[in-house]
Design a protein. Structure first.
Length: 550
């Protein structure tokens, strides 16, 4: 026979056998299963047992019937289903397991070295707001607009804490700020019997309160600016919650046109104050009755407003984090990764003296070639070329792209961060650039595009590195003779060549490179001739991208 287990896996669990036919559950003595609990209806539900199975039917109970946390009117029960009547939990099983057999079904073994006093599933402690409210409340005899079912002060205190906990849970997930404000008012009108409610937030630009969300009870129209600005401004300035029994007669607000015009009687207004600063106010009023709100109502509304204020601030922070993440992604696309990292760490790019290895790469005979191409073709070709040079070589080799100059690019190693093998990384990057052009040309020839050749120059020396320009326009650059000389060396290189300076040669950790010492050569701007070395890059095999940082 099937069974219902009350408060399953708890020390005080009770097992009820379900017999063929109708089994009723409720708090009246004439039920098959009697549980004295305030959240059960007198005749809450019934379970029909026949040879085909078990059918659970809700008997129009006040707090509803749930199976595995889904509200049902009728459904077929299966072994292991968790059934909740209001806030009372049962487990449906088709048979009671033998002694020693684990009742948790799928879990076959338990740790024997753990002394378990009690196990509680989260579902067993879950109470919905609906479970705690009296939705048919019309009596104002208790002088409170809280729709609490119980009259006992102790039980009301417990219920209010449970409601605030559930409100906190419902407001905890990040949402669009506007949707969150409306959700706060929806919860408010569900919990409290008020006519109208509004949330006003402090505008960051003007510093004034602005209406952001309004809601009214069914059958009551919320006029434009139905709230009293004198009341809302008073609460915003004082930072304290207020309750007025009859605003029309309150001398504090006797000159308020909106109070007289709207016929506002009872009103409450509380600040939204997540920390020290008031970020807005929550306002509720009643049009027909005076002396309708109690101290209990004001205290509860203040607590609810505290939860709302924290949720609003969290929503704002979440939105700000999203905006900053988007901006950071855009920055990292605009700036080289090392520069973006430096900005995040220090907030600015101070000018520092440092040593770098500068790599200058240029496309050979580009002017003549581009004159024979359509402008769009030139741009498409350069975009494909630069993407490979920078994203597949410069960045993986941890270099910093300083700038594009037409068809040329300038990259540096050693700024904004230095590594012991910066020179070797720069030289290996140059080698892989030539191999990348070789592979690129093979694809372009198949597509009947023009092949290209590049020439590269490298030089090592001192520079001033940092933001060159203004605080509003960030341009990370290295200034000094080192980068100028790398450009001169590049112009001396022939198509398909890599030339390095004496200073770069002396800083190399790997002296076994296939290099050819060239006769000294004079360049513009230098009184002494330069000693250069030609690097035979084709004697090095191309390196797969996964090995670039080896």
């Amino acid at each position: 026979m099937p069974y219902l287990i009350y408060d399953p896996d708890a020390p005080d669990e009770k097992i009820y056998e379900l017999r063929l036919g109708i089994n009723t559950i409720g708090r009246e003595n004439d039920n098959s299963i009697v549980v004295i609990h305030g959240y059960l209806s007198r005749h809450h539900a019934e379970i029909s047992i026949n040879r085909q199975g078990a059918i659970l039917t809700d008997l129009d109970s006040l707090n509803g019937t749930f199976v595995n946390e889904f509200k049902i009117n009728q459904c077929e029960l299966k072994h292991g289903d968790l059934v909740r009547f209001g806030s009372v939990f049962f487990k449906f099983v088709e048979a009671i397991p033998h002694q020693g057999q684990n009742t948790l079904g799928d879990k076959q073994h338990q740790d024997t070295d753990i002394s378990i006093v009690k196990q509680v599933a989260p579902e067993q402690t879950r109470v919905t707001i609906q479970d705690l409210l009296d939705h048919d409340k019309t009596d104002q005899a208790d002088k409170s607009v809280l729709k609490l079912r119980h009259k006992d002060s102790h039980q009301r205190a417990v219920d209010k804490l449970q409601i605030l906990l559930e409100v906190s849970k419902q407001l905890s997930s990040p949402e669009d700020p506007d949707q969150l404000l409306q959700k706060i008012l929806d919860l408010l009108l569900e919990i409290m019997q008020v006519d109208r409610a509004a949330i006003l937030m402090v505008d960051e630009t003007s510093g004034e309160l602005e209406e952001k969300a309004v809601k009214s009870r069914l059958g009551i129209k919320a006029e434009d600016q139905f709230y009293s600005t004198k009341i809302t401004n008073f609460v915003r300035q004082q930072g304290n919650a207020i309750l007025t029994d009859d605003a029309c007669l309150d001398k504090l607000f006797e000159d308020s046109v909106s109070i007289l015009k709207q016929g506002i009687h009872a009103a409450m207004c509380v600040p939204l104050k997540p920390r020290e600063e008031v970020i807005g106010v929550l306002y509720v009023d009643n049009l027909s009755l005076t002396d309708v709100y109690s101290d209990e109502d004001l205290e509860f509304l203040t607590c609810l407003a505290n939860q709302a204020a924290i949720a609003i601030e969290n929503s704002r922070l979440y939105k700000k984090m999203q905006s900053e993440a988007i901006m950071r992604a855009k920055l990292e696309r605009f700036f080289p990764a090392p520069v973006s990292r430096k900005l995040r760490e220090e907030g600015n790019l101070e000018i520092v003296d440092t040593e770098v290895t500068a790599l200058f790469a240029d496309i050979s005979n580009f002017t003549k070639m581009s004159s024979q191409m359509e402008p769009r073709q030139v741009i498409e070709m350069l975009n494909e070329y630069f993407q490979i040079m920078v994203e597949e070589i410069v960045f993986p080799y941890e270099g910093t792209l300083e700038k594009y100059i037409g068809d040329a690019l300038l990259a540096v190693w050693g700024a904004p961060y230095q590594k012991p093998n910066d020179v070797d990384r720069a030289v290996r990057a140059a080698i892989q650039m030539q191999w990348a052009v070789y592979r690129l040309n093979r694809n372009w020839v198949k597509q009947r595009k023009r092949p290209i050749q590049i020439h590269i120059g490298l030089n090592t020396g001192k520079v001033a590195a940092g933001n060159i320009g203004s605080d509003q326009l960030i341009q990370y650059a290295t200034i000094g003779d080192t980068t100028n000389v790398s450009s001169r060396i590049c112009s001396l290189a022939k198509a398909g060549e890599i030339l390095i300076s004496q200073s770069t040669f002396e800083k190399l950790n790997n002296r076994n490179l296939p290099l050819e010492k060239m006769p000294p050569v004079r360049v513009k701007g230098k009184t002494q001739p330069l000693q250069l070395y030609r690097l035979f890059w084709n004697k090095f095999p191309p390196i797969a991208s996964s090995r670039l940082k080896d």
